[in-house]
Ligand binder design. Structure first.
Ligand code: BT5
Length: 259
Protein backbone atom coordinates (compact mmCIF):
# COMPACT_ATOMS: atom_id res chain seq x y z
CA UNK A 1 0.00 0.00 0.00
CA UNK A 2 1.71 3.25 -1.11
CA UNK A 3 2.43 5.69 1.71
CA UNK A 4 2.70 2.93 4.30
CA UNK A 5 5.36 0.44 5.41
CA UNK A 6 3.21 -2.32 3.88
CA UNK A 7 4.65 -2.49 0.38
CA UNK A 8 5.75 -6.15 0.33
CA UNK A 9 2.39 -7.89 -0.16
CA UNK A 10 2.50 -11.63 -0.77
CA UNK A 11 -0.65 -13.27 -2.07
CA UNK A 12 -1.55 -16.94 -1.82
CA UNK A 13 -4.43 -18.86 -3.37
CA UNK A 14 -4.08 -21.49 -0.65
CA UNK A 15 -1.81 -21.63 2.37
CA UNK A 16 -2.02 -23.39 5.71
CA UNK A 17 -1.91 -20.15 7.74
CA UNK A 18 -0.72 -16.65 6.87
CA UNK A 19 0.47 -16.27 10.47
CA UNK A 20 2.52 -19.48 10.28
CA UNK A 21 4.03 -18.32 6.99
CA UNK A 22 5.07 -14.88 8.26
CA UNK A 23 6.52 -16.29 11.48
CA UNK A 24 8.83 -18.36 9.27
CA UNK A 25 9.68 -15.24 7.29
CA UNK A 26 10.38 -13.33 10.52
CA UNK A 27 12.79 -16.07 11.53
CA UNK A 28 14.56 -15.72 8.18
CA UNK A 29 15.03 -11.98 8.79
CA UNK A 30 12.31 -10.51 6.58
CA UNK A 31 11.91 -6.81 7.45
CA UNK A 32 8.92 -5.20 9.11
CA UNK A 33 5.98 -4.49 6.85
CA UNK A 34 5.67 -7.80 4.99
CA UNK A 35 2.04 -8.77 4.45
CA UNK A 36 0.59 -12.19 3.64
CA UNK A 37 -2.93 -12.49 2.21
CA UNK A 38 -4.69 -15.74 1.35
CA UNK A 39 -7.84 -16.67 -0.54
CA UNK A 40 -8.02 -19.79 1.57
CA UNK A 41 -6.31 -21.16 4.68
CA UNK A 42 -6.30 -24.92 5.18
CA UNK A 43 -5.29 -24.54 8.84
CA UNK A 44 -6.31 -21.01 9.81
CA UNK A 45 -5.34 -20.40 13.39
CA UNK A 46 -7.37 -18.94 16.22
CA UNK A 47 -6.01 -18.41 19.71
CA UNK A 48 -5.05 -21.32 21.97
CA UNK A 49 -5.12 -23.93 19.21
CA UNK A 50 -8.59 -22.98 17.97
CA UNK A 51 -9.42 -22.78 14.25
CA UNK A 52 -10.45 -19.90 12.01
CA UNK A 53 -12.94 -20.80 9.30
CA UNK A 54 -13.55 -19.15 5.92
CA UNK A 55 -14.53 -20.74 2.60
CA UNK A 56 -12.19 -20.01 -0.36
CA UNK A 57 -12.28 -16.49 -1.77
CA UNK A 58 -14.87 -15.10 0.62
CA UNK A 59 -13.14 -13.25 3.45
CA UNK A 60 -10.06 -11.17 4.22
CA UNK A 61 -7.36 -13.40 5.71
CA UNK A 62 -4.27 -11.30 6.27
CA UNK A 63 -1.19 -11.16 8.48
CA UNK A 64 1.39 -8.42 8.93
CA UNK A 65 4.97 -8.71 10.16
CA UNK A 66 5.89 -5.99 12.63
CA UNK A 67 9.04 -5.32 14.62
CA UNK A 68 7.64 -2.79 17.09
CA UNK A 69 9.97 -1.05 19.49
CA UNK A 70 7.80 -1.69 22.54
CA UNK A 71 8.54 -3.34 25.85
CA UNK A 72 7.09 -6.74 26.62
CA UNK A 73 4.60 -5.02 28.94
CA UNK A 74 3.16 -3.01 26.04
CA UNK A 75 3.15 -5.81 23.47
CA UNK A 76 -0.56 -6.54 23.90
CA UNK A 77 -1.20 -3.14 22.27
CA UNK A 78 0.11 -4.49 18.95
CA UNK A 79 -3.01 -6.59 18.27
CA UNK A 80 -5.06 -3.71 19.67
CA UNK A 81 -3.65 -1.46 16.94
CA UNK A 82 -4.68 -4.05 14.35
CA UNK A 83 -8.20 -4.41 15.75
CA UNK A 84 -8.68 -0.62 15.83
CA UNK A 85 -7.45 -0.29 12.24
CA UNK A 86 -9.93 -2.95 11.17
CA UNK A 87 -12.77 -1.11 12.91
CA UNK A 88 -11.88 2.09 11.04
CA UNK A 89 -11.72 0.23 7.72
CA UNK A 90 -15.03 -1.49 8.33
CA UNK A 91 -16.74 1.75 9.32
CA UNK A 92 -15.47 3.21 6.04
CA UNK A 93 -17.58 0.59 4.26
CA UNK A 94 -20.66 1.95 5.99
CA UNK A 95 -21.08 -0.54 8.83
CA UNK A 96 -22.39 1.16 11.95
CA UNK A 97 -22.25 -0.02 15.52
CA UNK A 98 -19.24 -2.31 15.09
CA UNK A 99 -17.22 -2.43 18.29
CA UNK A 100 -14.45 -4.34 19.99
CA UNK A 101 -15.13 -7.15 22.38
CA UNK A 102 -12.15 -6.79 24.66
CA UNK A 103 -9.40 -7.43 23.91
CA UNK A 104 -9.39 -7.92 20.14
CA UNK A 105 -12.60 -9.36 18.63
CA UNK A 106 -14.67 -7.19 16.32
CA UNK A 107 -18.37 -7.66 16.98
CA UNK A 108 -21.68 -6.45 15.57
CA UNK A 109 -24.13 -4.69 17.91
CA UNK A 110 -25.85 -8.03 18.62
CA UNK A 111 -22.53 -9.57 19.70
CA UNK A 112 -21.94 -11.77 16.66
CA UNK A 113 -18.27 -11.94 15.71
CA UNK A 114 -17.16 -10.08 12.60
CA UNK A 115 -13.40 -10.50 12.92
CA UNK A 116 -10.76 -12.10 15.12
CA UNK A 117 -7.14 -11.12 15.72
CA UNK A 118 -4.22 -13.38 16.54
CA UNK A 119 -0.78 -12.04 17.53
CA UNK A 120 2.11 -14.46 17.64
CA UNK A 121 5.79 -13.93 18.26
CA UNK A 122 8.77 -16.19 18.15
CA UNK A 123 10.78 -15.44 21.24
CA UNK A 124 12.77 -18.65 21.09
CA UNK A 125 15.54 -17.97 18.64
CA UNK A 126 17.77 -15.64 20.60
CA UNK A 127 18.57 -12.53 18.57
CA UNK A 128 17.15 -9.20 19.72
CA UNK A 129 15.75 -8.32 16.31
CA UNK A 130 14.00 -11.62 16.19
CA UNK A 131 12.65 -11.26 19.68
CA UNK A 132 11.03 -8.03 18.51
CA UNK A 133 9.12 -9.64 15.63
CA UNK A 134 5.37 -9.91 16.07
CA UNK A 135 3.07 -11.38 13.46
CA UNK A 136 -0.50 -10.19 13.74
CA UNK A 137 -3.19 -11.88 11.70
CA UNK A 138 -6.78 -10.87 11.27
CA UNK A 139 -9.67 -12.69 9.70
CA UNK A 140 -12.44 -10.32 8.69
CA UNK A 141 -15.74 -11.90 7.65
CA UNK A 142 -16.25 -9.83 4.51
CA UNK A 143 -18.61 -11.88 2.29
CA UNK A 144 -19.16 -15.04 4.34
CA UNK A 145 -21.53 -15.87 5.92
CA UNK A 146 -23.97 -14.66 3.28
CA UNK A 147 -26.94 -15.36 5.54
CA UNK A 148 -27.77 -17.00 8.83
CA UNK A 149 -28.21 -20.46 7.20
CA UNK A 150 -24.77 -20.38 5.67
CA UNK A 151 -22.78 -21.41 8.76
CA UNK A 152 -21.64 -24.71 10.23
CA UNK A 153 -23.58 -25.63 13.39
CA UNK A 154 -20.77 -24.57 15.72
CA UNK A 155 -20.82 -21.00 14.35
CA UNK A 156 -24.57 -20.59 13.93
CA UNK A 157 -25.66 -17.41 15.62
CA UNK A 158 -22.06 -16.52 16.46
CA UNK A 159 -20.58 -15.19 13.19
CA UNK A 160 -21.66 -12.32 10.95
CA UNK A 161 -20.17 -10.76 7.82
CA UNK A 162 -19.65 -7.18 6.70
CA UNK A 163 -21.78 -8.04 3.68
CA UNK A 164 -24.68 -8.93 5.97
CA UNK A 165 -24.25 -5.68 7.88
CA UNK A 166 -24.15 -3.38 4.85
CA UNK A 167 -26.32 -5.39 2.47
CA UNK A 168 -23.90 -5.59 -0.45
CA UNK A 169 -20.81 -7.60 -1.46
CA UNK A 170 -17.43 -6.38 -0.24
CA UNK A 171 -14.40 -5.88 -2.50
CA UNK A 172 -11.59 -7.68 -0.64
CA UNK A 173 -8.79 -5.62 -2.20
CA UNK A 174 -10.46 -2.37 -1.21
CA UNK A 175 -10.94 -3.70 2.32
CA UNK A 176 -7.27 -4.70 2.51
CA UNK A 177 -6.14 -1.27 1.31
CA UNK A 178 -8.38 0.52 3.82
CA UNK A 179 -7.10 -1.73 6.62
CA UNK A 180 -3.41 -1.17 5.83
CA UNK A 181 -3.93 2.57 5.47
CA UNK A 182 -5.63 2.68 8.87
CA UNK A 183 -2.95 0.48 10.43
CA UNK A 184 0.05 2.62 9.45
CA UNK A 185 -0.51 5.52 11.90
CA UNK A 186 -1.47 3.13 14.69
CA UNK A 187 1.77 1.17 14.30
CA UNK A 188 3.54 4.52 14.55
CA UNK A 189 1.52 5.22 17.73
CA UNK A 190 2.97 2.10 19.34
CA UNK A 191 6.40 3.71 19.51
CA UNK A 192 5.59 6.70 21.76
CA UNK A 193 3.96 7.01 25.17
CA UNK A 194 1.48 9.56 23.80
CA UNK A 195 0.66 7.26 20.90
CA UNK A 196 0.07 4.30 23.18
CA UNK A 197 -2.20 6.45 25.35
CA UNK A 198 -4.16 7.40 22.23
CA UNK A 199 -4.54 3.72 21.31
CA UNK A 200 -5.86 2.88 24.78
CA UNK A 201 -8.29 5.83 24.60
CA UNK A 202 -9.51 4.67 21.20
CA UNK A 203 -9.91 1.14 22.55
CA UNK A 204 -11.92 2.49 25.48
CA UNK A 205 -14.29 4.40 23.20
CA UNK A 206 -14.68 1.44 20.83
CA UNK A 207 -15.02 -1.31 23.42
CA UNK A 208 -18.49 -2.89 23.67
CA UNK A 209 -17.49 -4.93 26.70
CA UNK A 210 -17.54 -1.93 29.04
CA UNK A 211 -20.69 -1.68 31.12
CA UNK A 212 -21.56 -5.34 30.59
CA UNK A 213 -21.43 -8.30 32.93
CA UNK A 214 -18.66 -10.71 32.01
CA UNK A 215 -17.42 -14.15 32.90
CA UNK A 216 -13.70 -14.44 32.26
CA UNK A 217 -12.08 -17.85 32.04
CA UNK A 218 -8.46 -17.60 33.16
CA UNK A 219 -5.80 -20.29 33.52
CA UNK A 220 -6.34 -20.32 37.29
CA UNK A 221 -10.14 -20.12 37.42
CA UNK A 222 -13.16 -18.08 36.45
CA UNK A 223 -13.92 -14.50 37.32
CA UNK A 224 -17.37 -12.96 37.12
CA UNK A 225 -18.24 -9.29 37.46
CA UNK A 226 -18.94 -6.00 35.73
CA UNK A 227 -16.48 -4.72 33.14
CA UNK A 228 -16.02 -1.20 34.47
CA UNK A 229 -13.09 0.19 32.53
CA UNK A 230 -9.90 -0.13 30.57
CA UNK A 231 -6.81 0.68 32.63
CA UNK A 232 -4.22 3.17 31.29
CA UNK A 233 -2.16 0.11 30.28
CA UNK A 234 -5.03 -1.33 28.21
CA UNK A 235 -6.09 -4.07 30.64
CA UNK A 236 -9.72 -4.76 31.56
CA UNK A 237 -10.95 -3.67 34.99
CA UNK A 238 -13.61 -6.02 36.36
CA UNK A 239 -15.61 -5.24 39.50
CA UNK A 240 -16.30 -8.46 41.42
CA UNK A 241 -17.92 -9.07 44.80
CA UNK A 242 -14.37 -9.51 46.11
CA UNK A 243 -13.09 -6.21 44.75
CA UNK A 244 -11.74 -4.88 41.49
CA UNK A 245 -9.58 -7.14 39.40
CA UNK A 246 -7.40 -6.34 36.41
CA UNK A 247 -7.49 -8.82 33.55
CA UNK A 248 -4.55 -9.02 31.15
CA UNK A 249 -5.37 -9.92 27.55
CA UNK A 250 -2.86 -12.74 27.28
CA UNK A 251 -4.44 -14.59 30.21
CA UNK A 252 -7.96 -14.80 28.80
CA UNK A 253 -9.13 -18.22 27.65
CA UNK A 254 -12.72 -17.05 27.06
CA UNK A 255 -14.61 -13.87 27.84
CA UNK A 256 -18.35 -14.44 27.79
CA UNK A 257 -21.45 -12.59 28.91
CA UNK A 258 -21.97 -13.07 32.64
CA UNK A 259 -25.22 -14.25 34.17
C1 BT5 B 1 -9.43 -15.50 16.83
O1 BT5 B 1 -9.22 -16.57 17.67
O2 BT5 B 1 -10.44 -14.85 16.78
C2 BT5 B 1 -8.24 -15.18 15.93
C3 BT5 B 1 -8.53 -15.44 14.49
C4 BT5 B 1 -7.37 -15.04 13.60
C5 BT5 B 1 -7.55 -15.49 12.19
C6 BT5 B 1 -6.51 -14.88 11.27
S1 BT5 B 1 -6.85 -15.19 9.59
C7 BT5 B 1 -5.29 -14.63 9.11
C8 BT5 B 1 -4.31 -15.10 10.19
N1 BT5 B 1 -3.76 -16.40 9.88
C9 BT5 B 1 -4.16 -17.33 10.77
O3 BT5 B 1 -3.85 -18.55 10.73
N2 BT5 B 1 -4.95 -16.78 11.69
C10 BT5 B 1 -5.07 -15.34 11.48
P1 BT5 B 1 -10.22 -17.00 18.82
O4 BT5 B 1 -10.56 -15.82 19.68
O5 BT5 B 1 -9.56 -18.17 19.45
O6 BT5 B 1 -11.51 -17.43 18.06
C11 BT5 B 1 -11.60 -18.65 17.38
C12 BT5 B 1 -13.03 -19.12 17.50
O7 BT5 B 1 -13.86 -18.26 16.72
C13 BT5 B 1 -13.25 -20.52 16.95
O8 BT5 B 1 -13.06 -21.49 17.95
C14 BT5 B 1 -14.69 -20.46 16.49
O9 BT5 B 1 -15.58 -20.69 17.57
C15 BT5 B 1 -14.86 -19.01 16.09
N3 BT5 B 1 -14.71 -18.80 14.63
C16 BT5 B 1 -13.98 -19.51 13.73
N4 BT5 B 1 -14.09 -18.98 12.51
C17 BT5 B 1 -14.91 -17.90 12.64
C18 BT5 B 1 -15.41 -16.92 11.73
N5 BT5 B 1 -15.08 -16.91 10.43
N6 BT5 B 1 -16.23 -15.95 12.23
C19 BT5 B 1 -16.55 -15.92 13.54
N7 BT5 B 1 -16.12 -16.81 14.44
C20 BT5 B 1 -15.30 -17.79 13.99
Amino acid sequence: MPGTRFTDIRRFATIDSTNRYLLGEARAGTPEGAVAVADYQSAGRGRLGRHWEAPPGTNLLVSVLLRPQVTVADRHLVPTAVALAAVEAIRGFGATGVGIKWPNDLVAPDGRKLAGVLAESDLGAGSDALAAAVVVGIGINANWPTDADDLPPELTGLAVSLRQLIGRPVDLDALLDAFLLALEPRVEDLTTAAGRRALVEELTSTCDTLGTRVRVELPDGTLEGDAVGITPEGHLAVRTPNGDRTVVAGDVIHLRPGS
